[in-house]
Design a protein around this ligand. Structure first.
Ligand code: B12
Length: 432
């Protein structure tokens, strides 16, 4: 009894000092509709479409997909193990034309943990070694004086530290040190373009490390870095309530929910972000499977840090496919979208007619059919990523940026963005 009283007293004292980011429950139908959008993705079991982020998001949500979910994890395991642990000497890559990247391996390890599995045995050890090797390589690319850049990004670097941490694998101090340095001198993360997402993932990795037994020499720096990330993310809140933009808000909230904050009013900031997200959910802004998978845990008061001790027995509601929406069937209306490419000589500009509701990818395809325009894409977990335009391939640390004229970067990719009638879309080769 005395112990209980002492515990309650401690809780009260902590409550007075620290404030938690709490997101009140959202309408369960809204959450269910969000989950339903993942179901068609889970039917696609080919190498190109398998996406560990979807599995992680679903397992940390209040929803489940029954046997579909089991089959999905099974397919992920077959695919990732074959691609990562297949014969290293074989030239024949068979079904595995591209090996998973460092970040994809990290997400796969998070998926295993979301099913309450630890990587173990000979195969598990090889996965861990591979992820550690990737990180060592990135550490070398950043260099002693921190002047270089990771081959992938600090986002994937943070995700990999997090994945090793939730599997209770030691990450060398020098590897964690590079991520700490990047947060302490955040111009490095700004070069990643989307600093809030990257900051949030780094923060989640630190929040996990802070709860682990490892890296004790770095503990004070880790605690300070958590405070720095909190501060930066709160500072990045827009008047509408987003942390960064609408799509970085889910990861930002995951991070803020993972660590109590002392001395700062966290509650109102989180409530404002929730209100902004709610408005977007009602507008259907969350269509992309990766974005939905980063948001679902937040709506269930969970974060990636919970993968340290996931609760695999928690009851989750069974998802059933949504009935076809009859309101979507209507007479096609034709719209005109202007496509402009200034990074080539001679510059390209042409009005393209497409059916209303077409994606930007449809516009690009139509332009290609009409002649005088070509483009290329690479599959990614977020969907098709535009890699080349008019034969010009984006080089190292360059990308084809999508903009709405005159100068507003799009917040969605070519498969998700649906231009309106009369809109001008610009494609511009930029460095990042
Ligand atoms: C790093 C990053 C970039 C880098 C990627 C290069 C690199 N070497 O890493 C750069 C700066 C080039 C970039 C570009 C863009 N990005 Co980006 N990016 C990210 C970030 C921070 C991490 C992605 C990642 O590594 N994921 C983990 C790995 C394991 O997954 P992956 O699928 O293998 O990763 C690849 C893809 O994600 C791809 N990629 C990166 N961004 C985007 C965006 C889209 C729409 C697609 C299809 C693919 C894609 O590059 C990754 C590396 O190869 C995410 C943040 C997030 N919350 O997810 C935003 C994010 C995915 N990007 C976003 C956007 C909008 C874009 C752009 C469309 C911006 C623009 N207006 O041009 C462009 C893509 C244009 C194109 N050519 O198709 C949004 C997508 C929102 C949505 N609704 O889906 C996010 C969520 C950021 C945000 N909060 O707004 N991005």
């Amino acid at each position: 009894m005395g112990n209980l009283r002492a515990f309650l007293f401690l809780l009260g004292a902590l409550g007075a000092l620290a404030e938690f980011c709490v997101i009140p429950q959202l309408d369960s139908q809204l959450v269910e509709r969000l989950g339903q959008r993942l179901l068609p993705w889970m039917d696609q079991l080919s190498r190109e479409h398998l996406n560990p982020s979807i599995y992680v998001g679903l397992r940390l949500s209040s929803l489940q997909a029954g046997t579909k979910e089991d089959l999905y994890l099974h397919s992920l395991k077959l695919d990732y193990q074959q691609c990562l642990l297949g014969p290293a000497t074989s030239d024949d890559n068979g079904d595995c034309p591209t090996k998973p990247s460092m970040g994809q391996l990290a997400l796969y390890m998070l998926a295993l943990r979301a099913n309450c599995e630890f990587v173990r045995g000979r195969k598990g050890d090889r996965l861990v070694s591979q992820l550690k090797w990737f990180l060592e390589d990135e550490k070398r690319a950043i260099g002693h004086s921190h002047k270089g850049h990771p081959h992938t990004s600090y986002y994937q670097y943070g995700l990999s530290v997090l994945a090793l941490c939730v599997h209770q694998k030691l990450v060398h101090d020098s590897v964690v040190g590079k991520l700490l340095y990047a947060v302490e001198h955040d111009h490095h993360l700004h070069q990643d373009h989307f600093s809030v997402d990257t900051m949030a993932v780094a923060g989640l990795a630190f929040a996990c490390l802070e709860r682990s037994y490892f890296n004790s020499d770095l503990r004070p720096r880790i605690t300070t870095a958590i405070g720095t990330v909190q501060e930066k993310i709160l500072k990045a809140q827009t008047p509408e309530g987003y942390f960064g933009n609408v799509y970085s808000t889910p990861l930002a909230l995951q991070f803020l929910m993972s660590s109590p904050l002392s001395g700062v009013e966290l509650g109102p900031a989180c409530l404002k972000a929730r209100a902004a997200l709610l408005a977007n959910l009602q507008d259907g802004a969350f269509q992309n499977a990766v974005m939905i998978s980063q948001l679902l845990p937040v709506l269930n008061h969970k974060t990636y840090v919970d993968l340290i001790f996931p609760d695999c027995q928690a009851p989750r509601g069974l998802l059933v496919a949504a009935p076809e929406d009859a309101s979507l069937i209507h007479i096609p209306e034709v719209i005109s979208v202007v496509l402009e490419v200034s990074s080539v000589l001679p510059p390209y500009k042409r009005a393209i007619s497409v059916v209303a509701g077409s994606s930007l990818e449809d516009v690009l395809k139509k332009a290609q059919e009409l002649g005088g325009f070509t483009f290329g894409t690479r599959a990614s977990l977020s969907g098709p990523f535009l890699t080349s335009v008019m034969g010009k391939v984006a080089g190292d640390r360059e990308f084809w940026q999508l903009l709405q004229a005159p100068d507003t970067p799009l917040l969605q990719g070519i498969a998700d963005y649906r231009p309106r009638d009369g809109e001008t879309i610009k494609l511009r080769l930029v460095s990042w």
